[in-house]
Design a protein around this ligand. Structure first.
Ligand SMILES: [Zn+2]
Length: 260
């Protein structure tokens, strides 16, 4: 058993009764490593670095959950244990290397150990998110379908190279909501906002969108905020309000009744 009973569940829903026609998702919300994994052989700096989680993303997503009154599905286990935004067949799902950090506890993993990561971290997260989306779709009935909005943060310096993007809006096959949010950014945020930066779907980062949104024709977007902007409560609060206004504006442009 990977996760001790006291370490479960691997995911949770915050504000489950939120009334917005939106489901927020924060896959990389936590840096928690189950005790059985002996910190994956990482030093304390690596355990708290951006490799282990999206720094500030949970606080941002929680503030958006309040501002929008939307349910939020958040992971409770480090992405170095299992990256819930990757399918089980992806080598990145259980990374042996993240930027300059190598992860000794993930090297030479047996098939059983890897299966346990999938079964105890990914499947519970996936099931909780699928259930939350199903409830949102039922609540939406014949009105506009619920939107899926995933919330992430990224490191300001990657492999020694500073990143100038402050806010990234990423899409998978359906670019509508990302484009609508990009248009809504003008006048609603001072952040340097770019489409598909600092990554894009080509980098394999849109797994959650594919499985939980595109598959059902739901509007969706992946939000990436540079984590140095999330270093204090005031910054988080401001960005949460900016993003919530942009999400609201983007959804207001949706047709009144789409098929879903
Ligand atoms: Zn992330």
């Amino acid at each position: 058993m990977l996760l001790h009973i006291t370490e479960r569940p691997a995911a949770r829903v915050i504000n489950p009764d939120g009334r917005a026609n939106i489901v927020l998702v924060c896959e990389h919300a936590a840096r928690f490593i189950p005790k059985a994994l002996n910190n994956l052989g990482l030093d304390t700096a690596a355990q708290s670095s951006h490799a282990a989680w999206d720094i500030g993303a949970l606080e941002l997503a929680q503030a958006m959950s309040v501002a929008l009154d939307a349910p939020l599905v958040a992971g409770r286990v480090s992405r170095l244990v299992y990256d819930c935004n990757r399918p089980p067949e992806s080598p990145d799902a259980v990374p042996v290397q993240s930027e300059s950090i190598s992860v000794p506890g993930n090297v030479g993993l047996s098939a059983e150990d890897r299966a346990a990561r999938v079964a105890e971290v990914y499947r519970p997260f996936e099931a909780l998110l699928a259930g939350t989306v199903a409830v949102a779709r039922r609540k939406a009935a014949d009105g506009p379908p619920p939107a899926i909005v995933t919330v992430h943060s990224f490191t300001p310096v990657y492999f020694g190279k500073p990143r100038s993007t402050e806010l990234g809006l990423l899409h998978d096959a359906d670019d509508q909501m990302a484009l609508d949010m990009l248009h809504a950014a003008a006048g609603r945020t001072a952040l340097k906002t770019e489409l598909n930066a600092p990554y894009s779907a080509k980098d394999g980062v849109t797994h959650t969108l594919k499985v939980h949104a595109t598959a059902f024709g739901l509007p969706n977007v992946m939000i990436e905020v540079r984590n140095d902007l999330l270093a204090d409560a005031a910054g988080i609060a401001q960005i949460a309000l900016d993003l919530s206004a942009m999400v609201g504006a983007a959804l207001a442009t949706q047709p009144a009744a789409a098929s879903h």
